[in-house]
Unconditional design. Structure first.
Length: 336
């Protein structure tokens, strides 16, 4: 790899000579280096570069390749097997038993009871009451009335009157004109076209004019006037008198009544009932059980491997410059 890099730098140097950068790179290298001696090649005349020479060289490179290989892995499989097991079940068992039960029977009977009742009692009583009797009489009173009086009055009123005037107005009028034209063949014919003209017309208008005039109208005014009248007034006169009225009061009295009462009488009797209870019984059953069994299996896997290979390339060699300026020429080329 180092040899390839050195040959590549030589190719760059030859390329720089081919493009005419030899003299400029030599001067820059002489100026950039801190050497106290003078460079004789900077003052030397520029020579024509020589043609590059190429040689074949084998280099080693690396590439990645995908490959497969077989490996052994552990695989777990489920294996089913039958096994017997015992379990308990509760079985219902029904038996008949005789038991004593108490039932209640409804019995009706008549029972006397005493209640208090309110009996209305009416009595006649007399008392003095005050009553008012209406009494009418005629009474004089004064009242005011508005008496209307009408009189003629002269007033000035405004009104609108219209005057007739003749007004001249210029309006555009469109009319059709017949003209003679000659076509391309020299034939004459008539065509119609529209022509806009302004014509003056006279029209009649009504113009409003404000005017005043005096008119006589009747005006009614009301004058208050006091008059005397008579009206009937009703007054209430107080009087006392004796009146008789019936008063009803409620008196409580004892009264014997009969009602029907229902009683619940207990009775005992024997009945047969079915009693259900559960008995535990042992039974045998079969079930399927799965177990994981470890086995060896072969699997193909892919992997990447770096493989070296040899390739032939062409490398330019040789330079026509002197031994002193060749290293400085390569430094100047990389600077650019």
């Amino acid at each position: 790899m180092m040899l390839a890099a050195v040959l590549l730098v030589g190719a760059f140097c030859t390329t720089a000579d081919a493009h005419g950068l030899r003299g400029r790179s030599e001067c820059v290298s002489c100026e950039s280096t801190a050497v106290s001696t003078s460079c004789d090649t900077c003052s030397a005349p520029v020579q024509a570069p020589a043609a590059p020479q190429y040689v074949e060289q084998q280099v080693t490179r690396y590439r990645c390749e995908v490959r497969e290989k077989e490996i052994e892995v552990d695989v777990y499989k489920r294996v089913a097997k039958e096994e017997s097991y015992s379990y308990n079940v509760n079985v219902p068992v029904t038996t008949q038993e005789t038991r004593k039960v108490t039932s209640y029977k409804q019995v009706s009977k008549q029972v006397e009871y005493t209640v208090k009742v309110a009996v209305p009692v009416t009595t006649q009583e007399t008392k003095t009451v005050v009553c008012y009797t209406p009494s009418t009489k005629q009474v004089e009173y004064n009242y005011t009335v508005m008496v209307p009086h009408s009189s003629p009055v002269t007033r000035t009123v405004n009104y609108c009157d219209y005057e007739t005037q003749m007004v001249s107005t210029c309006v555009p009028v469109c009319r059709t004109v017949r003209e003679m034209v000659t076509d391309e063949c020299g034939n004459c014919h008539y065509v119609c076209r529209n022509v806009m003209e302004n014509q003056t017309i006279t029209r009649c208008i009504r113009v409003p004019v404000q005017k005043t005039r005096e008119v006589t109208c009747m005006v009614t005014t009301c004058t208050p006037e006091t008059r005397t009248g008579t009206r009937t007034v009703c007054e209430m006169v107080q009087q006392e008198k004796q009146v008789s009225y019936n008063v009803t009061r409620c008196e409580y009295q004892d009264k014997t009544m009969t009602r029907t009462v229902c009683e619940m009488v207990p009775e005992e009797r024997e009945v047969s009932v079915n009693v259900c209870h559960y008995e535990t019984q042992a039974r045998q059953g079969t079930r399927t059980v799965y177990e994981c069994v470890k086995e060896k299996a072969t699997r193909k896997v892919s992997y990447t491997e770096t493989v070296p290979y040899t390739e032939t390339i062409r490398v330019a060699v040789g330079c026509s410059t002197c031994d002193v300026c060749a290293p400085q020429q390569r430094v100047s080329l990389f600077h650019h």
